[in-house]
Design a protein around this ligand. Structure first.
Ligand SMILES: Nc1ncnc2c1ncn2[C@@H]1O[C@H](COP(=O)(O)OP(=O)(O)OP(=O)(O)O)[C@@H](O)[C@H]1O
Ligand SMILES: [Mg+2]
Length: 462
């Protein structure tokens, strides 16, 4: 039983068969009772005048005359009449009774069983034929005898077996039709599922452009199809992002390598003989190596975050951490005006090294991308269940178009693409990853009066 359609057909078929079987059994028993009841009514109707005859002829001395009167009286078709003596011996039987050839012993036995009763009814089976027997006590002069009327139940059995045949035919065809209809409908209804399965397979084989035409929005199938499309789209986007990332990463790594190769060529061509030139070139080469080292470190950091590396969470006062970064920023840019506004006791659970990396990148950006005279302001603000750290500057600000992509990997705003400022565009992408790993958010706004504000919100430790 491979397919769901066949399985459903078997279950439905089984259920229907059970119901039909119960119904058929009930109908069969009801019809049997009804027809047997009719045969019994006939026997009772026949018995009555015969009993009366015996009562009227109470004075008749010759029992033989009475019994032959009873047995010779014309009875209804198929009804046999037996008269039994006081000791259950057969005194006389009608012609029809003789034709039924019921064993004498059986008739006698009936009297024995029914002793004392007014009436008894029984069904017997003789040589595969069913008979209905009615027993009634009968006064024979001063003694008591019995009257037994019999009729064959063959017509009843014939009707019942005909009925059974009709039931069987109806039963079989109902089952067959139901099963076929169930198989047909289920197959038709399951076709879209098979399509989805096929699309999944193709998706798995790498064809990420797979999409499904969505059905009526009311069906459950619709949800499945939509979620498939959603998943396929997300997979495709993620695949494109990965490729873009790999391309950007290799491009960023190639640039310093190309420039290093160029400087080596220049040195070989003789520049190394001039001490001052050699020194300058070596400094530049050192800068390129540093840049590459930084890039590789960032790439490793991103890869770790992508892989869901565990954070080394510690309970710390975020205000203290921001204070540290503030001091460090002042040391990095002594010519700048750097401010801090902070309260005490903003306790959070963070990976201190990573959170410091985030804040340092924000500070580094503020130094790199704003003119010397711009201020840098750190602020820590506590709310009910969160704390916000902001790093603001009054530099040139960031255009809305750039803001949209600022947290993308390798994204740099147009004006800061120049190599001498030097970032690869990974700092904010890493920051966002780290903050989100802490169940926080990071956003940027550029107020109308200019400058940029980067704000990080983190949940307070409970
Ligand atoms: N305070 C700021 N003012 C103006 N522009 C900014 C500011 N901070 C960031 N940016 C812009 O956002 C871009 C992305 O910053 P991000 O820190 O991600 O990369 P980066 O600094 O260029 O490189 P990295 O941090 O990897 O060394 C920067 O290139 C810059 O154009
Ligand atoms: Mg940066």
């Amino acid at each position: 039983m491979r397919s769901l359609a066949v399985r459903l057909a078997v279950w439905y078929g089984g259920g229907i068969a059970l119901v039909l079987l119960l119904l058929a059994g009930f109908l069969y028993a009801a019809l049997d009772t009804y027809l047997t009841g009719q045969a019994l009514t006939l026997l009772r109707a026949q018995a009555l005048p015969l009993q009366r005859l015996a009562e009227q002829e109470r004075t008749v001395a010759d029992l033989r005359a009475l019994t032959s009167q009873i047995t010779e009286r014309p009875a209804a078709t198929g009804v046999g009449v037996f008269v039994l003596g006081p000791n259950a011996q057969l005194l006389a039987q009608s012609r029809q009774a003789a034709q039924q050839s019921l064993p004498e012993a059986l008739i006698a036995q009936l009297r024995g069983l029914s002793r004392g009763k007014q009436e008894d009814v029984t069904k017997v089976n003789v040589n595969g034929q069913r008979f209905l027997l009615l027993y009634r006590p009968l006064p024979l002069g001063t003694r008591s005898g019995a009257l037994v009327l019999s009729t064959s139940l063959e017509p009843v059995d014939a009707t019942l077996s005909g009925f059974l045949r009709i039931l069987a035919i109806g039963f079989g065809s109902t089952l067959l039709v139901t099963s076929l209809v169930v198989i047909f409908i289920t197959r038709a209804k399951l076709r879209p599922l098979r399509d989805i399965a096929a699309k999944y397979r193709r998706l798995g084989e790498g064809d990420l452009a797979q999409r499904i035409d969505v059905d009526q929005p009311t069906t459950e199938l619709h949800q499945l199809q939509e979620s498939f499309n959603y998943m396929a789209q997300k997979l495709e986007e993620s695949w494109h992002r990965q490729r873009q990332f790999a391309a950007d990463a290799s491009h960023e790594l190639r640039t310093p390598l190309t420039s290093l190769a160029g400087y080596i060529d220049v040195l070989k061509k003789g520049a190394k003989n001039d001490a001052a030139t050699l020194d300058r070139i070596l400094d530049t080469m050192r800068g390129e190596v540093d840049r590459m080292t930084g890039l590789v470190r960032d790439l490793v950091s991103l890869a770790r975050l992508d892989a869901g590396d565990d954070l080394r969470l510690r309970r710390v006062d975020l205000s203290r951490l921001v204070e540290d970064v503030y001091e460090q920023t002042k040391a990095l840019a002594p010519e700048r005006e750097v401010n801090l506004r902070s309260g005490e006791g903003a306790w959070v659970e963070v990976d201190v090294d990573r959170m410091r990396q985030v804040l340092l990148n924000l500070a580094d950006n503020a130094i790199k991308y704003t003119p010397r005279e711009a201020h840098i302001n750190f602020a820590v603000q506590r709310y009910d269940s969160t704390v916000q750290v902001s790093v603001a500057d009054n530099g040139p600000g960031i255009s809305p178009a750039d803001r949209e992509h600022l947290f993308d990997r390798f994204y740099r705003a147009e004006q800061s693409r120049s190599r001498e400022k030097g970032g690869a565009g990974l700092g904010l992408a890493i920051a966002k990853k780290i903050v989100e790993a802490h169940k926080g958010t990071i956003d940027v706004v550029s107020p109308a009066e200019g400058g940029s504000i980067f704000a990080i919100r983190l949940p307070l430790a409970s």
